[in-house]
Design a protein around this ligand. Sequence first.
Ligand code: GLV
Length: 320
Amino acid sequence: MTETVTPPVLVTRRLADGVLDRLAPPAVTLHDSEQPMARAELLAALPGRTAVITTLDDRVDAEFLAAAGPGLRIVANHAVGTHNIDLAACAERGVLVSNTPGVLTEATADLAWALLLAATRRLGEGERLLRSGRPWAWAPTFMLGMELAGTPLGILGMGRIGQAVARRAAGFAMPVGYHNRSRLPADREAGARPLPLDRLLAESRVLVVTCPLTDATRHLVDAERLAQLPPGAVVVSMTAGVVDERALAAALASGHLFAAAVDNFEHEPAVHPDLLAQERAVLVPHLGSATVRTRQAMGGLAVDNVLAVLAGDPPLTPVV
Ligand code: GLV
C-alpha cells in the first residue's frame, strides 16, 4: 500500500513559467488554475502544510491558520500588498509572512504612466470610438486632452512605486509634489516636494495614488478630498480601496474631474457600475505587475522565501 504524504508546500494559483522549478513535485501541491481556490477547497487543502504561497484573493485569517494547523511556518504572499492577511493573527501563532517588494516597482510605475497618458489623452474613448464604427473626422477641436509639460503631478504614497513614478516625471517636464506618512531622505525624493495632503490635493492637476491599502488609507480619497483637487484634474488609482470608486465616478459625472484611470478595484473582479458608465474612466484589470519578467521575479521571490524558511532561515522579505 502506498502511504499518502501531504506535500509541505501549497501554491494556491498557477505561477509564471519556470517559477516552481526549484520546488520539486513531491514538495508542492499546485492549484494549477488562473482562478483562485474556492474557500472550502482552500481550507480543505491546508491541513499539514508547512508553507503556503498565496495571492491577494486568499484571505489569511484565524480560520485559515486553524485549518493549516500548528505545522504552518510561512505564508508567502505573491504580492507586495498584504491586505488579504491578518498579520496580527499570524504573529500570534508564530507564522511568518513575506511579500514581494522591490521586484514589481518598475512594471507598476510603467503602468501608472500608461494610465496617466491614456486618461489625459483620452485613449480609451478614442479606441472605443473607432471600434464602434461611428463616423469621425479630425478637427481642430476634436477629442482634446490635457498636456503634461508644466502640469503639476501629485503622488500620494511615496514608497518604492511612488518614487519610480516620480523619477519618470522628469521625462515629461512635470513638477512633482508628494504626500507620504513621513518625509523621505532627499536622495529618494526624485526631485519631488513633500506637501501636506491638503496642499497636495489643491495643487495637483494629476494625482497618482500609490499608497498601500491599510485601515488608515481605506477611502482616504473620498468625495471631500476629490473636491479639493482643482477643477479639470485627473486621478490615477493604483491601489484598490484607497480611492472611493463611487465618489470617483461621481466626480467624473459632475465634470469636476477631466478623467480618471483605475488599475485595482475594491471588490475585484467586480468593477463599480458607476465607473463603467463613465466614458472618461480608463479601467484595466489589475495589470500593475503583469509583465513576464516581473511575474517571474515575484514568483521567484515567493519561492525563495519559502525555501529559506524550510531551511531554517528567516524569509528574505518578511513583512514587518
Ligand atoms: C498588488 O497587485 C500587489 O502586488 O500588492
